[in-house]
Design a protein around this ligand. Structure first.
Ligand SMILES: Cc1ncc(COP(=O)(O)O)c(C=O)c1O
Length: 392
């Protein structure tokens, strides 16, 4: 069952997010609670642990890439949860979501072409685009009625004039927490169709959507020129460093092309751990996942309420999905250096600076809330106390 006891502390010191040197570099101290990486603090579902233990006890690690069972399990999960009709033979296995994006950028654009991203957005997108020798162009999101929306006028302008070969979509959107509505995606696709631009949709957070919100995959939109990275069990099942990525497209021509390239590099070879963990997660992890989602939704609601009641100077963009919350501290009226000191040195919260995501305003930060509620409460109470102390 879902267990809210945080992962083994002795081990967690070895996690990247608790790496002393790195924390000192980013926050000027390592005495912080890590909320900056998008992973969870909880032990994984017990069927996953069981599958891994069985494998270790077996003491044999042969060539066993059971992709057929993996793809069927993911297709069936997506049918149950999102009503998606995915063809198990149209998946392509890759080492991870980021390597999938890197590969697709190279496959479907040339050096010097532009790839469009919707900033503020997951910082690795820009790095992957630029390190492939492509240009990243921003289609900056707009804030309307307290939440982020796409700027379709600018989007069309960029597609018309910007030599854009690929739109790299983030759905659900990290860090602003939007789960794009079907109508929004339809509008996006209508423009992309007009200019025949390929859409690559990173849907790794697709399962993490809160009550009353429906996830729409790009695969539902009947746009032939689209590819979805339907994800991996990284974010939903906490398999960040042992998960694979799964590319999906209904377009047979695109699928065959991707498959041939991936195969030519032998990147479709999975490993026994990820194969068995993924099958266990998607076939037996549903109850655990529902409990996890309920728990993180409770965290989300607690934070929204706490900030509204106690700290209205901090604007919170209520996430519709993802375990990330996007916060705007402008209302506190602090200089950016003062704000950094308040957050990391005084309140001991390691939040991700918004500037990483291409947000020019230094008052924005992202926080990962897939963590024990007691820990989150303690952090916010300390933040409140520090703000009150400063105002005395
Ligand atoms: C939108 C998005 N894509 C991809 C990744 C990383 O995926 P992977 O570790 O499978 O490469 C993350 C991790 O935070 C993410 O938020």
């Amino acid at each position: 069952m879902f267990n809210t006891e945080p992962a083994n502390k002795a081990i967690s010191n070895k996690f990247i997010k608790s790496d002393s040197q790195m924390l000192n570099q980013i926050y000027g101290t390592d005495d912080v609670v890590p909320y900056w990486i998008a992973d969870m603090e909880f032990p994984v579902a017990s069927p996953i642990t069981q599958a891994m233990q069985d494998l270790v006890h077996r003491e044999t690690y042969s060539y066993e890439f059971d992709s057929e069972t993996v793809f069927k399990a993911i297709a069936s999960w997506n049918k149950t949860r999102h009503g998606l009709n995915l063809n198990p033979t149209h998946f392509v296995q890759v080492p991870g979501v980021l390597s999938a994006i890197a590969l697709l950028i190279r496959e479907f654009s040339e050096a010097g072409d532009s790839v469009l991203i919707q900033t503020p957005v997951y910082h690795q997108f820009r790095r992957l685009i630029e390190s492939a020798g492509r240009k990243s162009v921003n289609n900056t999101l707009k804030i309307e009625d307290e939440h982020y929306v796409m700027d379709f006028v600018d989007f069309e302008h960029q597609l018309k004039h910007g030599n854009v070969k690929i739109v790299l979509l983030c759905n659900p959107h990290n860090p602003v927490g939007r789960v794009w509505k079907k109508a929004e995606l339809e509008q996006l696709v209508a423009i992309a169709r007009k200019y025949q631009t390929l859409i690559i949709s990173d849907e790794v957070h697709g399962d993490i959507v809160f009550e009353g919100v429906a996830f729409t995959s790009i695969t539902e939109l009947d746009y032939d020129n689209s590819i979805s990275i339907i994800g991996s069990p990284a974010k939903n099942f906490g398999l960040n460093s042992i998960a694979n990525g799964y590319i999906y497209t209904d377009n047979t021509e695109l699928k065959d092309k991707i498959k041939a390239t991936v195969n030519s590099m032998s990147l479709d070879h999975s490993n026994a751990f990820t194969t068995n963990a993924t099958i266990a997660a998607y076939q037996q992890g549903e109850k655990w996942f529902d409990a996890f989602l309920t728990y993180t939704q409770k965290n989300r609601n607690w934070m929204l309420n706490f900030l509204q009641v106690n700290l209205p100077g901090i604007k919170v963009f209520a996430p519709e999905g993802t375990n990330q919350v996007w916060l705007d501290f402008t209302g506190l009226g602090l200089q950016s250096a003062e704000l950094k000191t308040l957050l990391s040195q005084k309140s001991k919260m390691a939040l991700t600076p918004g500037t990483w995501f291409g947000e020019p305003d230094e008052n924005f930060y992202r926080m990962n809330f897939a963590a024990p509620l007691e820990q989150i409460k303690a952090s916010f109470e300390l933040l409140l106390a520090e703000i009150e102390k400063a105002n005395q």
